[in-house]
Design a protein around this ligand. Structure first.
Ligand code: IVH
Length: 715
């Protein structure tokens, strides 16, 4: 022991590439262990100077072999206290994301959709504000009576982290808004970024002092913001461009471009390349021009954004799930690189499906180091599956191949081509495993995807007996968008599962009571504080919203949006659960009712049926519901006469398009359904209404004309 401690380490300058790789891996694990002891438990196991020496060595190796710097390297997280060290802030207006356009046709479709929705003629002019899409971090700055009060990161869109103290150190962020008569409450949103030049200079300084080397400007901006000590943030050159807003007690302007001008008058920087465009042709030309300038710009961008200029039109268009209908990001083509495929590993997902993952010789693409690529499924590897035709026709993928990979924005990197000239003579077609790698070694079945076009998926047949599937489900269960249990991440779930302390969701909630036996605090990585924190995080989540609960059950094809639609549709857990049990028994009425819900169709129904048809799953759900309180779905906030009512539109509408009518009804808290049943409250019928009108009469449902409807909703 004493000997190994004093054993001299090879000088960094003398390390071979292979030794460096092994050493980095060892140091990563060691640093993570000490970070955990320090941050999670406030119980460091080594002195500060010993810790600094480890870090220094790690950084020196990375500096000598920058090709090994990965985006999840400990160096990328330096000083970044684990989330939870920052207070959470709930956004008063959610921070949403943008839909993407890649081809020109996508842009044409986007504009055409807006015209249709707003019932505009081909000659009606539409103005768009076009601007670069900055590759930084979005930020929401709240001003009350003109004074900066809070700054929050985007987080999951609903809740971000309070980084006010750090943001105050940014020169581009006014602490007080300029001008008189600023609205009582203003939330200014935009992007925090680091210039390419500042990023390179920072890395040089860091290298000299043996500190963090960042993989790209975005990471360095993120790392610089997530400092516990604002003076560190202050020493990092961060910029801010204002481009959007959240809550505004009054709107100072009626257009997007007007708001940009107003931001400037308040003292913000806005992007100098922003341009008002009056046609699709001008949008496309803007995209081309910015793409030409991209390399010369001093900050990273990954596309351009088009926003409808008139704010009243933006409001009419509204949102689809998490993205506005009135804006789109027109991305630049993905960046590509060539490297060697070293191996193929099989990952077993929550529902048993296999995803082959390609292990690459690490390579830099568009500012990040890529080591893994998804290979989708067996057919894709054999070169016979579509998957959006990403892989060049006539290619199959073999271990040892030189492959061309592509990465676009946050999308998982893909293999798009194989360089046949470089294929090793002994490379053989890849043999997809016939048995699951899980300890059950079950036979693998092939299954067509729901759409039937994405090539066959292989699945483990172990179902609920397969430990891989159980672990994956538990990870989803505790994850941020589901139960969001702080301190119960993927690694902890794996550990608890291996120890057999947590085998199914309900076990998480009985863990504190069982700890007298388990004695978690005696285990590696845990101390009294971290155990107390974990248990209080678990207690905090005993009350859960219905949509999160449904999502956390992990049914196939039931993502967040679907879970929300189901929660809104049924309102309470009891109603939903009863319906699911009836659906599982093939009850026609229950199935029709589920089918009538917006966004729910055959795929989801089949999945609900399969899930609740399985007694094992019913047991899991039953044990879990004994541990938690499931809150009813939030009633629509609207006090409109139609809130909570179910409406069916039929026939032609004259004042607005069907889409707009539907969006407006939903905004007022009504449910819009596609078919008439006895649960329907109103049928709004225009000229040409047919069978639905007849059905309405059949069920005795009130029928309204479009004008009566508009009057009812106060328009
Ligand atoms: S507008 C409701 N404008 O892109 C839409 N976003 O995918 C609000 N971004 O999270 C966003 N540059 O971080 C907008 N000029 C720009 C942007 C921009 C970068 C980022 C932003 C957002 C993401 C949306």
């Amino acid at each position: 022991m004493a000997q190994s401690k004093t054993k001299a380490l090879t000088d960094v300058a003398d390390l071979t590439k292979a030794q460096a790789k092994v050493e980095l891996k060892r140091l990563t694990l060691e640093l993570e262990r000490h970070d955990n002891a320090y941050y999670q438990e406030d119980a460091p196991k080594i002195s500060d100077s010993e810790y600094d020496a480890l870090r220094k060595r790690f950084n020196a190796i990375e500096a000598r072999f920058p090709e090994f710097v990965t985006s999840d390297s400990p160096s990328q997280k330096i000083g970044a206290a684990p989330s939870g060290k920052f207070k959470k802030i709930r956004h008063s207006v959610p921070m949403l994301s943008l839909d993407n356009a890649f081809a020109e046709q996508d842009v044409l479709d986007f504009v055409a959709r807006i015209r249709r929705f707003l019932k505009l003629g081909d000659d009606d002019r539409i103005d768009f504000s076009a601007e670069p899409k900055i590759d930084g971090l979005s930020m929401s700055l709240r001003y009350e009576k003109g004074e900066l009060v809070t700054a929050a990161t985007r987080g999951d869109g609903a809740e971000g982290e309070d980084v006010t103290a750090n943001i105050r150190t940014l020169e581009d962020v006014p602490k007080k808004l300029k001008g008189r008569n600023v609205p009582e409450v203003c939330e200014v949103r935009g992007e925090v970024y680091m210039t390419k030049q500042a990023f390179l200079a920072l890395n040089e300084r860091q290298k000299a002092t043996g500190d963090t080397i960042f993989a790209n400007p975005r990471n360095s901006a993120a790392g610089s913001l997530r400092q516990k000590d604002p003076s560190i943030t202050a020493s990092r050159p961060l910029g801010f461009f204002a481009y959007a807003w959240g809550q505004m007690s009054t709107m100072p302007e009626g257009t997007q471009s007007g708001m940009i001008g107003w931001f400037e008058r308040c003292g913000f920087k806005t992007n100098p390349l922003m341009k008002l465009c009056h046609s699709v042709e001008q949008l496309i030309a803007f995209h081309r021009k910015i793409e030409e300038q991209r390399a010369k710009l001093d900050y990273d961008i990954d596309g351009v954004v088009y926003k409808l200029d008139r704010i009243d039109w933006q409001e009419r268009l509204g949102f689809v799930s998490r993205t506005p209908r009135w804006a789109i990001a027109h991305k630049f083509p993905a960046e590509r690189a060539m490297t060697v495929l070293r191996d193929i590993e099989i990952q077993v997902g929550r529902t048993g499906s296999f995803t082959p993952v390609g292990k690459l010789e690490p390579v830099g693409v568009g500012g990040v180091i890529v080591q893994n690529v998804t290979l989708h499924n067996e057919d894709y590897i054999r070169g016979i599956g579509g998957h959006g035709e990403q892989l060049r026709e006539g290619r199959d993928i073999r271990i040892g191949d030189t492959v061309v990979i592509q990465r676009a924005g946050d999308v998982i990197p893909q293999v798009v081509d194989v360089v046949l000239d470089k294929r090793p003579a002994n490379a053989k077609p890849y043999q997809f495993p016939k048995k699951c790698p899980c300890p059950l070694h079950t036979d693998v079945v092939r299954e067509e995807t729901a759409t039937g076009e994405e090539g066959a998926r292989a699945r483990c047949t172990g179902e609920f007996a397969c430990p891989y599937q159980k672990i994956e489900h538990l990870k989803l269960f505790a994850s941020r968008r589901a139960f969001d249990i702080e301190g119960l991440g993927e690694k902890q779930i794996e550990f608890f599962f291996e120890q057999q302390w947590v085998r199914e969701p309900a076990d998480i909630f009985t863990l504190p009571a069982r700890n007298a036996k388990i004695k978690l605090e005696g285990h590696e990585g845990y101390g009294e504080t971290s155990v107390r924190n974990l248990f209080s995080a678990i207690e905090e989540r005993r009350r859960i919203s219905l949509e999160r609960f449904i999502y956390a059950l992990g049914m196939r094809h039931v993502g967040e949006t679907t879970a929300l639609a189901l929660a809104r549709g049924y309102g309470s857990w009891k109603t939903f659960h009863d319906a699911c049990l009836r659906v599982a028994q093939g009850d026609e009425e229950a199935i029709a009712e589920m089918d009538a819900l917006d966004q729910i169709g055959d795929t989801v129904i089949a999945s609900v049926r399969a899930y609740f048809g399985e007694s094992h799953n019913r047991g899991i759900v039953e044990r879990l519901t004994k541990q938690v309180t499931i809150l009813d779905a939030e009633k629509p906030k609207s006090n409109s006469a139609v809130a909570g009512k179910t409406v069916v539109f039929t026939g032609a509408l004259e004042r607005m398009t069907r889409d707009e009518a539907k969006a407006m009804a939903e905004r007022l808290g009504a449910k819009v359904s596609g078919s008439v049943s006895k649960k329907t409250d109103y049928v709004v019928a225009g000229p040409g209404a047919g069978s639905k009108l007849a059905e309405a009469k059949n069920h005795g449902v009130e029928v309204l004309t479009e004008d009566q409807w508009l009057k009812m909703i106060g328009q």
